[in-house]
Ligand binder design. Structure first.
Ligand code: SAM
Length: 366
């Protein structure tokens, strides 16, 4: 296994050639068996075949994980329960069943709209694993609502429902445009910071547009990715060529490194308090400074520096959007009654197979 490499091939074959225990963290976002259109993969297996295939790649990832390694699997509703059962069968330990609740999902008319993905957070060992809580903290509502000085000045750790990561939609700067499943970099940053250290090896067996590898590289981890599609591999390599390891960044004079600005934006998103309410709250600003310093790896910023950067980001319209954070302004298109925006995007095709049912005999037979 060669680190800092994207392999083109079937992850089962590629992983079989690697030594045991050579990666520290694995993140897998496999095809969900929902008829999604990929470049080189038919996402429409019979349900039992799909689950058997998942069992095979999960076992392959488990084998290459170090004894203290962590394994995250993103999966849709249809197969989340089956993959949990497979994890039990393989002897992996569930730390959290995370719900990633996102905005910009698709509207349904005959049921409640689906707006989440499951992320199973598993470890190889029940007690011995990396979990960097200090890199995940942000102000709690004790700080933001009550300015309660008894609350931990380090802030709080996120819970298992993650709603701070909007899906990468068409207008986002980070969107590469060719891979419809591109995950947000901020989501991967949380996982990589939580469960690996600088220099650790991060594996993504379904690398797609290369999000995991790109974030791992930026945060000073070593990456290794696999994808079936030569086209996706080529584009991932191009994406990685534009990413550098920023984990050693330090501020110079008043100039913040881009990575630290991104950390602050993410802490703002996690804090979920709009600028005008957050700005006068010294208690919360102090917690943000501490949380930011932990992520940046040095004692660089105080509450005043954080306040000044928030002002700058706000003034240049660069703060992440929070729900209802902008004053109402009448827009001219709202007056054109009946105007609809239509966009034809064909992402899934008719499916040959149905999802698992009790009749399929699949539900418990794993
Ligand atoms: C859901 S996408 C991953 C998207 C990725 N997380 C991102 O942020 O871009 C799944 C990927 O798995 C790849 N794939 C499917 N079967 C594979 C296999 N057997 N081995 C390796 N890659 C495979 C597909 O080509 C596709 O790019």
């Amino acid at each position: 296994m060669k680190v800092d490499t994207i392999y083109c091939g079937d992850c089962l074959e590629v992983l079989a050639a690697w030594p045991e225990g050579c990666v520290d963290l694995a993140f897998a976002d496999p095809p969900y068996n929902i008829g999604y259109v990929y470049d080189a993969y038919d996402d429409d297996l019979p349900p039992d075949e799909y689950v058997a295939w998942c069992q095979a790649w999960m076992a392959a990832c488990q084998r290459v994980l170090s004894p203290t390694g962590s394994f995250y699997i993103a999966i849709g509703d249809d197969y989340a329960a089956q993959l949990r059962m497979v994890a039990i069968k393989l002897g992996l330990h569930l730390r959290n069943w995370i719900i990633w609740a996102y905005t910009f999902g698709q509207n349904a008319r005959t049921k409640f709209s689906r707006a989440h993905t499951h992320i199973l957070y598993l470890t190889k060992h029940p007690k011995n694993f990396v979990f960097n809580d200090h890199l995940l903290r942000f102000p709690s509502s004790r700080h933001t609502e009550y300015q309660d000085l008894r609350a931990s000045p380090k802030g709080r750790v996120p819970n298992d429902v993650w709603d701070e990561f909007p899906r990468v939609c068409g207008t986002f700067k980070e969107r590469d445009g060719y891979h419809g499943c591109q995950l947000p970099e901020s989501l991967l940053a949380r996982i990589i910071m939580a469960s690996s250290n600088r220099g650790d090896v991060v594996l993504d067996p379904f690398v797609g547009s290369g999000t995991t590898a790109a974030v791992a590289k930026r945060l000073g981890r070593r990456y290794v990715g696999i994808d079936l599609s030569p086209e996706y591999v080529k584009r991932t390599e191009n994406r990685l060529a534009g990413v550098r390891d920023e984990s050693d960044s330090r501020p110079e004079a008043d100039c913040w490194p881009p990575l630290h600005v991104d950390f602050l934006k993410q802490i703002y998103r996690e804090t979920k308090v709009i600028y005008s309410n957050l700005r006068p709250n010294q208690v919360a600003l102090r917690v943000i400074a501490g949380a930011l310093n932990a992520r940046a790896g040095g004692d660089y910023y105080d509450a005043d520096a954080v306040a000044a950067m928030l002002d700058k980001l706000y003034g240049s319209n660069q703060l992440p959007k929070l729900p209802n954070d902008t004053p109402f302004q009448a827009r001219s298109h709202a007056k054109e009654e009946g105007k609809r925006y239509t966009r034809k995007v064909m992402r899934t095709r008719g499916r040959k197979q149905s999802i698992p049912t009790a009749e399929s005999g699949l539900l418990m037979d794993i």
